[in-house]
Design a protein around this ligand. Structure first.
Ligand code: G6P
Ligand code: MG
Length: 215
């Protein structure tokens, strides 16, 4: 029986992926590194530093000091934060509020499991921060998806087992993390790409919680 739902943030609750892309794109342009929206898929669910290293690997960058990498990561993040200054409740993706409400009505606990270090700030902008029983984000973790650590910490915080929890993810690596930890999963997006999810939906608005009975 499902006792908890663990939501990813970017791409599940709010469509911030486009802003992450714009900020990485302008950094890549600055460095003369070709970077397309298709390559951006690889950055979903992974940490800021791993994202930067991925972009550098697309260019001819042979070596860069940790210090210089840090500066680039900081400048990308400042640009990203500028792009999301106006984020508000209207940016919550369709179906999210209904799912949260249904969890509450059915006594199912909810947690956030995100790689982002901006997660709390974003949840505040969306006025959702008080809805979560537990929030685990990039500031609480040492390992990144596909390692299940972020979801394990969330389950531990809620006092539930992995096998009693379902993870909702838009990233392949996030679904891998769920699988690696023994969690059920719902993939939001293209079912061909997210083919390891237990349930596939295009959007959370395509189903209500009854769909969990399939698990
Ligand atoms: C999420 C996004 C990634 C992003 C990561 C870190 O998982 O899907 O694209 O790189 O969070 O985000 P941050 O806000 O800490 O840079
Ligand atoms: Mg995501």
């Amino acid at each position: 029986k499902i006792k908890a739902v663990i939501f990813d943030l970017d791409g599940v609750i709010v469509d911030t992926a486009k802003y992450h892309y714009l900020a990485w794109k302008s950094l890549a342009d600055q460095l003369g590194i070709p970077f397309s929206e298709r390559e951006n898929e690889n950055l979903k669910g992974i940490s800021r530093m791993d994202s930067l290293n991925f972009i550098l690997s697309l260019g001819d960058v042979q070596y860069m000091s940790q210090d210089d990498k840090m500066k680039l990561a900081i400048s990308k993040n400042l640009h990203y934060l500028e792009l999301i200054t106006d984020l508000n409740r209207e940016d919550i993706l369709p179906g999210t509020l209904e799912w949260i409400q249904e969890c509450k009505d059915n006594n199912i606990k909810i947690a956030l499991g995100s790689a982002s270090k901006n997660a709390r700030r974003i949840l505040e902008s969306l006025d959702l921060i008080d809805q979560f029983d537990v929030i685990i984000d990039g500031t609480n973790t040492t390992k990144t998806k596909p390692d299940p650590q972020v979801f394990e910490l969330a389950a531990k915080g809620l006092g539930v087992k992995a096998s009693e929890s379902v993870v909702i993810e838009d990233a392949y690596k996030g679904l891998e993390a769920a699988k690696n930890g023994g969690f059920y999963s719902i993939g939001i997006g293209d079912p061909e790409i997210l083919n390891i999810a237990d349930i596939n939906l295009r959007s959370l608005s395509d189903a209500d919680m009854n769909i969990l009975e399939k698990l």
